[in-house]
Design a protein around this ligand. Structure first.
Ligand code: FE2
Ligand code: FE2
Length: 159
């Protein structure tokens, strides 16, 4: 109740939302930066956080939803997993394209931003509501812990 009044989500859902906000803000900073080295560093930071987030989220939340009794949950998880793959492909393309100051690269960043915005909107509406239907509050809390541990492991690996 208090969490709802404060606009907070339960357990892992709040953690996921916090990461979404952080990644959106890093993308803004990349767009605004006109310094090559700074843009490179911000891109690497964003990429590490985004991959850590998406892989941990996939393992802790999506895998469970894919095995759900609910058709809506399974459908959401399958579609969202596909979108994760598309986002990851776009990140790889941007990593390979070395000139972070070019118009081409900035257009690729815009595509990435739009893919993420679409994905996050669906995740925070459909995905969160499926998770609330499928899991009790204490399960969402336990998943928050698993998510943070897994993300920390993945981020040290990809960094
Ligand atoms: Fe997410
Ligand atoms: Fe996601």
């Amino acid at each position: 109740m208090i969490r709802e009044l404060l606009g907070l989500a339960e357990g892992i859902l709040q953690d996921l939302h916090n990461d979404h906000v952080e990644i959106a803000s890093l993308i803004n900073r990349i767009e605004k930066s006109d310094d090559r080295a700074e843009r490179e560093a911000l891109f690497e930071e964003m990429k590490t956080k985004l991959l850590g987030h998406a892989h941990a989220e996939q393992e802790v939340l999506y895998r469970r939803l894919e095995g759900s009794q609910s058709e809506a949950s399974r459908g959401f998880a399958l579609e969202g997993s596909n979108e994760h793959q598309i986002v990851e492909n776009q990140l790889e393309k941007m990593s390979a394209d070395r000139d972070r100051m070019s118009e081409t690269w900035m257009a690729e960043l815009k595509v990435l931003r739009e893919l993420i915005e679409h994905h996050v909107k669906e995740e925070e509406t459909t995905g969160f509501s499926c998770a609330r239907d499928d899991f009790a509050k204490d399960e969402l809390e336990a998943m928050a812990q698993q998510f943070q541990i897994r993300k920390a492991q993945l981020m040290t690996k990809v960094a």
